[in-house]
Design a protein around this ligand. Structure first.
Ligand SMILES: [Zn+2]
Length: 415
């Protein structure tokens, strides 16, 4: 097999996809179910149809494009990622895994490969939490990781529920029908930019992911007492923002005390009410993110943090309520898929290293119903989620080539 990636076409397609944006170039904003997102989906579906793939959409908009194998009853091999982009993001996050996956399939077709198992490209709905406050909505539902009652109660910031958004986007039907059974896929591989600096720093062409870190997100409500900034004297204050400041530092301390470099914690949102210079903050909402590749260690950090919150609440006489948005287990990648990816890279003399994914991806949830692995390509400076996000055509070509090799190998297997 002498696989060739049509990098000129793939680059053009990535550029065209980036033009479906609600922000001026080079920034990309493509929030799930926006008009722009729906137009971008049509573009991808057309490309898939042109490649002879059979396209299906489910009730939440996950899109599947299947290259039917010679033994179509066997569980398929899946690949894919997402095309939604947070406000003011770049053009490579997720999209490389979708368009690269498609080009991998086309490269195999051009080479005359006839896979035994079907190979299915997946475009996941709402990997980014922008609209509904929870990441990986589509893959959570596919893998049964999200309670259906919780899914139906999801709303955007304006209070418009998920079901209404589905109607707007014309993805109707019962959410129960989204979940795929165990064994639907014999394996799933996601190609993605690294979103970190290691591959570039090491001068390595590819990263084969061995584990995906376990994310947890929390929303914290702090309720104190407001009042006039001049009139209420300090001994009488129950300032919600001062408590929030302590709580933010308490998270940092709990994370640092874990003693492991893999434990990270971030407070990314601090909303202050009423937000006036001469008014004591009465209410604060914090949103926090804690991750680790070790679930037990992450959970013990969370337990320590909760204890600190209680102590701060009592001492400052404020009410603190902690809402767990999600606390997901980490995923270990599958040894056989890891080997197939490493073999694919070796066949083209591409250097590759094993690594952990600290960002989470749809593969974290696909791991609940299928063996998974991920393939990372370097991105400049490790930058992501910003307009100057960049992966070189060479890096994209290397990733797509190795993905194609792995897909061919995995799809040829009988069991
Ligand atoms: Zn992504």
């Amino acid at each position: 097999m002498n696989l060739k990636i049509n990098i000129a076409q793939l680059s053009t397609e990535l550029e065209t996809l980036a033009s479906f944006s609600d922000a001026p170039a080079p920034a990309v904003t493509r929030v799930v179910f926006s008009e722009t997102d729906l137009r971008a989906r049509c573009y991808i579906k057309d490309l898939c149809a042109n490649a002879g793939l059979t396209v299906r959409e489910d009730a939440v908009g996950n899109t599947f494009a299947r290259w039917i194998g010679s033994d179509p009853e066997l569980p398929a091999i899946g690949t894919g990622s997402h095309i939604d982009a947070i406000p003011n993001a770049g053009r490579y996050d997720g999209t490389v895994g979708v368009l690269g996956g498609l080009e991998a399939i086309r490269a195999l077709q051009r080479e005359g490969v006839r896979p035994r198992r079907s190979i299915e490209l997946v475009l996941f709905t709402s990997e980014e939490p922008t609209r509904f406050g929870i990441g990986c909505l589509g893959s959570r539902l596919l893998s049964g990781a999200l309670d259906l009652a919780k899914a139906s109660s999801l709303k955007d910031k304006e209070g418009k529920p998920l079901d209404e958004w589905r109607e707007t986007a014309r993805f109707t039907g019962d959410l129960r029908s989204v979940a795929l059974p165990q064994g639907h896929y014999a394996g799933f591989v996601e190609l993605h930019i690294e979103q970190g600096p290691l591959l570039e720093q090491h001068g390595t062409a590819l990263g084969v992911v061995t584990a995906i870190a376990a994310p947890a997100s929390l929303r914290i409500w702090i309720e104190g007492e407001g009042g006039h900034a001049g009139a209420v004297l300090m001994p009488n204050r129950r300032d919600a923002l001062c408590a929030a400041a302590e709580i933010t530092l308490a998270l940092e301390a709990a994370v640092r005390n874990s003693g492991a470099v893999d434990t990270v914690g971030t407070t990314g949102v601090c909303d202050v009410f009423p937000g006036a210079i001469n008014s004591i903050p009465v209410r604060v909402r914090l949103e926090m993110d804690v991750r680790d590749i070790d679930e037990a260690r992450r959970d013990s950090v969370l337990a320590r943090f909760r204890a600190s919150c209680e102590e701060i609440a009592a001492r400052r006489r404020v009410a603190v309520r902690i809402e767990m948005i999600n606390a997901d287990p980490p995923a270990a990648c599958d040894k056989q898929i890891i080997a197939a990816l490493a073999d694919g890279a070796a066949r083209h003399r591409l250097s590759c290293e094993h690594m952990v994914s600290r960002a989470y991806h749809d593969s974290l949830f696909m791991a609940r119903i299928a063996p998974v692995a991920m393939l990372f390509i370097p991105c400049r400076g490790g930058f992501s989620h910003r307009p100057d996000e960049f992966a070189s055509p060479e890096a994209i070509m290397n990733g797509t080539l190795s993905l194609a090799e792995a897909l061919a190998e995995l799809a040829a297997r009988g069991n």
